[in-house]
Design a protein around this ligand. Structure first.
Ligand SMILES: NC(=O)c1ccc[n+]([C@@H]2O[C@H](COP(=O)([O-])OP(=O)(O)OC[C@H]3O[C@@H](n4cnc5c(N)ncnc54)[C@H](O)[C@@H]3O)[C@@H](O)[C@H]2O)c1
Length: 257
């Protein structure tokens, strides 16, 4: 008997999987048995090539679609190409996102638009076009990347927390309205995960502020991309068949305080 956590026979699409958390998610979906995976990312450099090589070594067929996730054409092409290649799309993980540390008054209007487009509009687009393919085939699972900042407001900037709070609302709306089509929608809300994004953000902080932030994590360390990936793999699997509309933290105990 195949375990309900198994993703054998399922086709997945992960945005922003060239590196960081998205890469961790792709590898954990593969570890759970997924063998057909589409990666959508802006960049196709060495990080992407390494991720693809690691997946292929594990027996996964990879389709790479290069593009900006906030553009409608990227979402429609990625979904269409996935369905053309493999005949179905079972799992969509909306992971791609950006964070630009800033203060309230220094946040430019252009940055606000760019962060909201990248972190929130993209989630709507891939839910919409991915959801249409799932409706057609009778079901699927969507997992959206929020953040602890979507609950607390965070400290990155006014744009970032707002975009991630929007992801939580969109997840709830989607869960209610897509349930009748057999589509579940959940979100994950990580705190500090060891990626390039965090390295870049922490590089802008004075050492004492960095130490303070790490000390605020009860488990005393950053999370790893694989630790987010395993949660996403569970939410995407049939083991989570009655879980929808939830935002699940992965925070080392920081929760939302
Ligand atoms: N690292 C953390 O501590 C943390 C915590 C909470 C939430 N998150 C969220 O997790 C997600 C991944 O973060 P990460 O730390 O791995 O970041 P990262 O910067 O290391 O990786 C992000 C990936 O997304 C891609 N990307 C960015 N903009 C894109 C666009 N417009 N179109 C297509 N691809 C694009 C990048 O090329 C990169 O491959 C983001 O949504 C982020 O907000 C991260």
């Amino acid at each position: 008997m195949i375990a309900q956590t198994s993703l054998a026979g399922k086709t997945a699409l992960v945005t922003g999987a060239a590196q960081g958390i998205g890469r961790g998610i792709a590898l954990e979906l593969a570890a759970a048995g997924c063998r057909q995976l589409t990666i959508v990312d802006l960049v196709g450099g060495p990080e992407l090539r390494q991720t693809v090589a690691d997946l292929e070594t594990g027996g996964v067929e990879v389709l790479f679609v290069q593009g900006d996730v906030s553009e409608t054409a990227t979402a429609t092409q990625a979904v269409d190409q996935t369905v053309q290649r493999w005949g179905r799309l079972d799992i969509v993980v909306n992971n791609a996102g950006i964070a630009r540390p800033t203060t309230f008054f220094e946040t430019s209007d252009e940055q606000w638009d760019q962060v909201l487009r990248t972190n929130l509009r993209s989630v709507f687009l891939f839910m919409k076009y991915g959801g249409l393919a799932m409706r057609e085939q009778g079901g699927g699972a969507i997992v959206n990347m929020s953040s602890i900042s979507g609950i607390t407001g965070g400290s990155t900037g006014p744009d970032y927390g707002a975009s991630k709070a929007g992801v939580i609302a969109l997840t709830k709306f989607g869960a209610r309205r897509l349930a009748e089509f057999g589509i579940r929608v959940n979100a994950v809300a990580p705190a500090t995960i060891n990626t390039e994004m965090i390295a870049r953000n922490y590089a802008t902080l004075p050492p004492e502020e960095k130490a303070k932030r790490l000390a605020a994590i009860p488990m005393g360390r950053m999370g790893e991309p694989s630790e987010v990936g395993r949660l996403v793999a569970f939410l995407a699997s049939d083991a989570a068949s009655y879980v929808t509309g939830e935002t699940v933290g992965v925070t080392g105990g920081r929760m939302s305080s």
